[in-house]
Design a protein around this ligand. Structure first.
Ligand code: AVJ
Length: 325
């Protein structure tokens, strides 16, 4: 058996944390309303995100892909054979570059993708198994928090946790601190962490990437409401909201919001939640932080993750950092 998928996001596991819906109630009942970015990624949202990755304005994916293509074999040589655990694996397109490099060196291929979207995880796992004859996939449909707390012992002597695609940018500084504590808990001394981050660059370039001309990002943002409607018996009217995104230079982050076009009342029945929105009021759906590469290296060191090597593109738009615990 080369495929196993465990599902941690089932409603029965609602019990303890803010796993399913609790975080929605929490976000929507604050004075400044917000929703956790993980609710972008139902199966349709994951498809929309794949479309974003192909947009000419969205330089992130293509830049990270170039860096990976250029340096994947160096990464593989540095780490040696290891289990590749990926947080937010999505379609696993960029992961193939890593798998190719590990395969090239004759290493056994163990891949553990983790994603909140079951559909995209299942289909990409099947495609990978068809393309890599010796690959073993152990997927987890789960949030990062749940996954990191529930990782099975590695099938190989070493493990590398990959967090590429600049998903770290979605976390506030406080969330980052918690996240890295969980990462180091999930790694033994000597094991690896591979991080991809988007870097600071001119505002026009950043804002274009989050306001594409085709409106795919707007659709992606609005789809979160459709997802919540389905998942929590809600009645958000998508025509009564608009996509808003801009660069906040003080905080060095893109902010995405959904702005209410009218005074309205919305219900999420299965969460027992009724909220009021004023015309012009926004729901904060995402931050996407833009980092400084040397500050990030410093920060990682303080978190017990020693940077071994850093790679970037010629324009220094994007950075990849390999760390060792
Ligand atoms: C998947 C979190 C890296 O912040 O750029 C894309 C998500 N949001 N367009 C990002 C996203 C709007 C993306 N990450």
């Amino acid at each position: 058996k080369r495929l196993q998928i465990d599902y941690l996001l089932t409603p029965s596991e609602l019990s303890t944390e803010l796993t399913d819906g609790g975080d929605v109630v929490e976000g929507l009942t604050q004075t400044v309303k917000s929703l956790p970015p993980r609710y972008f990624y139902d199966d349709f949202g994951s498809q929309l995100f794949e479309k974003i990755c192909d947009l000419s304005e969205y330089y992130l994916t293509r830049t990270e892909t170039l860096i990976l293509r250029k340096y994947a074999s160096e990464i593989a040589r540095l780490t040696g054979a290891c289990e590749i655990v990926e947080l937010g694996s999505g379609s696993s397109t960029k992961t193939r570059i890593l798998l190719d490099a590990y395969q090239q060196l004759g290493y056994p291929l163990h891949y553990s993708p983790i994603d909140v979207s079951a559909g995209i995880l299942e289909s990409s796992a099947r495609e990978l198994l068809a393309d890599y004859s010796s690959l073993v996939v152990h997927g987890l449909v789960s949030t990062y928090e749940q996954a990191l707390a529930n990782l099975k012992p590695s099938p190989l002597p070493r493990r590398m946790i990959c967090f590429i695609g600049s998903t770290l940018g979605n976390l506030t500084p406080q969330e980052c601190d918690r996240f890295f504590a969980q990462i180091t808990d999930a790694l033994k001394i000597g094991e690896y962490f591979l991080l991809g981050i988007d870097l600071q660059k001119p505002t026009e370039i950043l804002e274009a990437a989050y306001n594409d001309r085709q409106g795919v990002t707007a659709a992606f943002n609005l789809n979160m409401l459709a997802h919540l409607n389905r998942r929590f018996q809600g009645n958000f009217d998508l025509t009564q909201f608009e996509h808003l995104s801009f660069f906040n230079s003080e905080k060095s982050r893109i902010e995405m919001h959904l702005r209410s076009l009218t005074d309205q009342v919305v219900q999420l029945r299965s969460l027992n939640l009724t909220i009021k929105l004023a015309a012009g009021e926004t729901i904060f759906t995402e931050i996407s932080r833009k980092f400084n590469l040397s500050e990030m290296q410093q920060y990682l060191s303080t978190k017990g993750l020693a940077p071994l090597q850093v790679w970037t593109d010629p324009q220094q738009w994007y950075g990849l950092i390999l760390c060792q615990r």
